[in-house]
Ligand binder design. Structure first.
Ligand SMILES: [Zn+2]
Length: 410
């Protein structure tokens, strides 16, 4: 087992506690303890004997991706939207392949490679419905040293048989995965409960999933209000529910450990209830553009104090780069008439995402007491004023030079 680096030195940038401000250091010295926690960050003293760790790079917190699908790694860019047709044509046939362990293993390696290459140190991940694929993904995330919150996509209806699993065996498999992985390596890996979306789930599956999450204090991830046809089909499938959010509320799935992806077409009442429940939001603008789903206005969440993180939503999203998703969020904000600054979006890409999955006191900032999840990003030739713009908007710039989790280079 390698040991973590004990110091990093270089130009550095970190979100402050409150959005959207950032702290910057021209030449920072970051000290890290044997557990991989930051014990000090300050300007390097004159004559500092520590060499600059990654010349030409800026050090910043690892990026946090609050929504992506492991079994869609190989169908990125499969242009067959809108949502429900895309699931039928591109996604379900691909996800069916994850019943095969060799296939799932190979893709797990690619998936972790892609996260590391883009500087994503922490992610909230949907696996396929297959317990074996989820087990293999956990194993690969563990070996590679990444931080993640993962669950198999729970689905027992409205899809091909190859991707369905009945409520009882699915929940039993979740229980086994919880025993094996939840809290692994001081909480670096966490199991989560992932009803794919209401249309894929029977009432019994959703209730059982909610009970399991409550019993073990697990995060719940699901999709909501992404597309008009999906919303209409959900209303027909659950005629007793007053709206889409109510389907999840009625089955015990909405609380302070629930992350809701998309949220494009929520009503004011639904937004108010998301806020009251202290649920959080995964904003996935690139996916929303690609499938033509629509545009979520960040203001709905920020006005109500709802925590928001950025999701690549691989494979409807087209890039593992959370920086690129921040650029997409910028475009999205302009279109809805409520511009967001690059600083605010970088904040969402790091500490915002960490807070949205309950890790806001652990990662997402370079600060004393936080884990040293750090990336070294090759620095474009810009002065301080242009630094954040360059980090987010220069799509042609190289990806990260180094990715560390708890001070260990992954
Ligand atoms: Zn998704």
């Amino acid at each position: 087992m390698p040991s973590p680096v004990r110091t990093l030195r270089g130009r550095a940038l970190s979100p402050s506690r409150e959005s959207p401000s950032l702290e910057r250091w021209d030449d920072a010295l970051i000290e890290i303890d044997e557990l991989g926690r930051i014990t000090s960050i300050a300007a390097a003293p004159p004559g500092c004997p520590v060499a600059v760790s990654h010349p030409g790079c800026v050090l910043m917190p690892g990026l946090v991706d609050v929504h992506l699908h492991f079994p869609q790694t190989r169908v990125i860019g499969s242009a067959a939207g809108p949502l429900l047709e895309w699931l039928e044509r591109s996604v379900f046939p691909e996800e069916a392949r994850f019943a095969e362990p060799l296939y799932a293993s190979a893709v797990a390696t690619e998936f972790c490679d892609a996260m590391i290459a883009q500087g994503t140190t922490c992610a909230a991940i949907y696996s396929s419905s297959h317990p074996i694929a989820t087990e293999l993904l956990f194993g690969e995330l563990d070996r590679r040293g990444l931080r993640a919150t993962v669950g198999p996509a729970l689905m027992d209806r409205n899809a091909p048989a190859e991707v369905l699993l009945a409520a009882e065996p699915a929940l039993a498999a979740c229980a086994a995965l919880i025993q094996r992985w939840h809290g692994h390596d001081r909480g670096r890996l966490r199991m989560s409960i992932v009803p794919r979306f209401a249309l894929s789930c029977s009432a019994a599956l959703m209730r059982g999933a909610a009970d399991l999450a409550a019993e073990h204090g697990l995060w719940i991830q699901t999709h909501i209000a992404e597309n008009h046809a999906e919303i209409e089909a959900t209303a027909q499938a659950f005629p007793a529910a007053k709206d889409y959010l109510a389907v999840y509320e009625d089955h015990g799935l909405v609380g302070a450990r629930t992350i809701l992806a998309h949220c494009i077409w929520l009503s004011d009442s639904e937004w108010d209830r998301v806020a009251a429940a202290e649920a959080t939001v995964a904003h996935c603008p690139d996916s929303n553009f690609f499938l033509g789903s629509g545009r979520m206005a960040l203001g709905h969440a920020s006005r109500r104090g709802i925590e928001v993180g950025l999701g690549t939503d691989i494979g409807a999203g087209r890039s593992f780069s959370v920086r690129r998703i921040a650029a997409s969020a910028y475009d999205n904000a302009l279109i809805v008439g409520a511009p967001a600054s690059a600083e605010a979006l970088l904040w969402l890409a790091t500490t915002g995402g960490a807070r949205a999955i309950g890790l806001g006191e652990v990662v997402g900032r370079l600060a004393v007491g936080f884990d040293a999840d750090v990336i070294a990003v090759p620095l474009p030739p810009v002065d301080d004023a242009g630094l954040v713009d360059a980090l987010i908007f220069r799509h042609d710039a190289p990806p990260v030079e180094a990715t560390y989790v708890r001070g260990l280079r992954v």
